[in-house]
Ligand binder design. Structure first.
Ligand code: ZN
Ligand code: FE
Length: 280
């Protein structure tokens, strides 16, 4: 569990009500997807990327009250449950990027738009690369640690594949996410951390922060616990795809290609291609 501001800040003055950090909760789906749910102080919940309705309907039977769905991109494992959820909750707001491949959206958002859900204001960030219309949602409200729902763009110790974007686009998208506050809790849609760890270690074998993260991840997965959310500060210190300016990462690419990368875009492109063929 990441430390929340609630746990790490000094106690507030007695006349200020305490504000516990809202805890996002991952509902497992398919082999390695997470459908993130977050219930606000008013009891209304948001649901992110429901590729399958069943886990959400099961959570509703336990009291979850979804009012808003946030969709990051059009892939089926992120939208496959929309129709069944809308059938169960006719007034459900479904927020999605402009993309005809995502049916049933009740609201389309652009970069910079603000979506209110679970009592928080989420700012939309366009993050093309995995798909051309991929978006992320970031909340940075006072009273709770910032939250990022980033779909398949940023993973813990990794990043999404480039299905519809160039390395330059994806790197710019990752740069945007990496620039968010370090205490941002990163909620990715897949539990890929352990397999990403093997690649990260091949790239950056002498990084103590990475070693510590891998020890933690192994222990969590041995107990079948999620490795997410991860804090953005920790991702910046451990994720090779956020470290294209790092000397160790450049050195790894130089060793692999026999010459130094021309720039950080080439470093990123080489990392992504290497990861595509890597077998840990
Ligand atoms: Zn995807
Ligand atoms: Fe996915």
């Amino acid at each position: 569990m990441p430390a929340s501001r609630h746990c790490t800040q000094p106690a507030p003055p007695t006349d200020t009500p305490t504000m516990p950090a809202l805890m996002p909760h991952p509902l497992p789906a398919f082999d390695d997807n997470y459908i993130w749910v977050l219930t606000g102080d008013d009891g209304n919940a948001l649901v992110v990327d429901p590729g399958d309705a069943a886990p959400v309907l099961a959570a509703m039977a336990q009291g979850l009250r979804p009012t808003t769905v946030l969709v990051t991109h059009h892939h089926h494992d992120h939208i496959g449950g929309l129709a069944a959820l809308l059938a169960a909750i006719p007034e459900l707001e479904i927020v999605a990027p402009h993309d005809a491949r995502i049916p049933l959206a009740t609201r389309r958002v652009d970069d910079g738009d603000v979506v209110r859900a679970a009592g928080l204001d989420f700012r939309t960030l366009a993050v093309p690369g995995h798909t051309r219309s991929h978006i992320a949602f970031h909340a940075d409200d006072a009273g709770t640690a910032p939250l990022l729902f980033c779909g398949d763009t940023l993973f813990s110790l990794g990043c999404g594949r480039l299905f519809e974007g160039t390395p330059a686009q994806m790197l710019a998208s990752l740069d945007r996410l990496a620039a968010l506050p370090g205490d941002t809790r990163v909620c990715c849609t897949h539990e890929y951390t352990l397999s990403n760890a093997a690649f990260a270690l091949a790239v950056d074998p002498h990084n103590p922060a990475l070693q510590a993260r891998i020890d933690e991840v192994r222990e969590l997965r041995a107990r079948r616990q999620p490795t997410l959310p991860a804090t953005l500060a920790r991702e910046r210190a451990t994720n090779p795809f956020l470290s294209c300016d790092d000397a160790a990462v450049r050195a790894a690419i130089t060793a692999r290609h026999g010459r130094p990368p021309a720039d950080r875009i080439e470093t990123f492109a080489a990392l992504r291609e290497w990861k595509n063929v890597f077998r840990g």
